[in-house]
Design a protein. Sequence first.
Length: 256
Amino acid sequence: MIRCVFAIIEGQPIDPRQLPPIPLEPEGQGIQSEVIRTGKPLLVPDFQARARRSATAYYIDEDGVPHDREEIPADAPVTQSALLVPMVLGEQVVGVIQVLSFQLNAYIETDLQFLESIAGQVAVAFQNAQLYQLAQDEIAERERAQEALAASERRFRELFQDIPACCFTFDQEGIIHNWNRACEKLYGWTAQEAIGKSMFELMVEEHNIARTRQSIAAVFAGQSIEGLEFEDLRADGSRCTVLANRYPLRDASNPV
């Protein structure tokens, strides 16, 4: 499909999105289609005569609103002549510059040559603008993803903190990374005191070290372990009996 990406009518820019796309017509038909297919510029002294050979044609009024050609008012100003020059990068036609006039025979060969002389620069600028927009779209998409991730993390932390059971996360060395309010209440260490410390330093008694290391290794191998009974130490030196469940926590790429 051929789509308009920039348009000015009577000196006023219009939104190109309101202009309907038109199909690339078969060889020998259409005006823009001929320039796209051949990669050659076209001087059209009588645009309406050429347009009658096109399968698809629209009339764009002064407000930029498209109408079928059957709806053209009898006194409406219509395109009478045109210049069309391909925008070529390498050997590929990436677009067409089209200049229109309400007068017959408004342009001559030197006008076409001038338009050709700037078409290459316009093509490069057009490509750069597309690359810039693509980069901006990617940045915006990345920012949206980061915002969604941050929101998800906030929800997780809120849920994690509000669970009425002791929940904490740890790495393969047993270093604590998260510590909820229920843990603070049971064990007596605040999150600030516990995070960054080793489980073995805080709560694991010596006779439970080997068993605890085995459970950590199993979890990081992808296993879920339920119903582990331990006697842990509290901050005040007392002991508490806990029934522990340990589950692997995976990131977006799936490793534990």
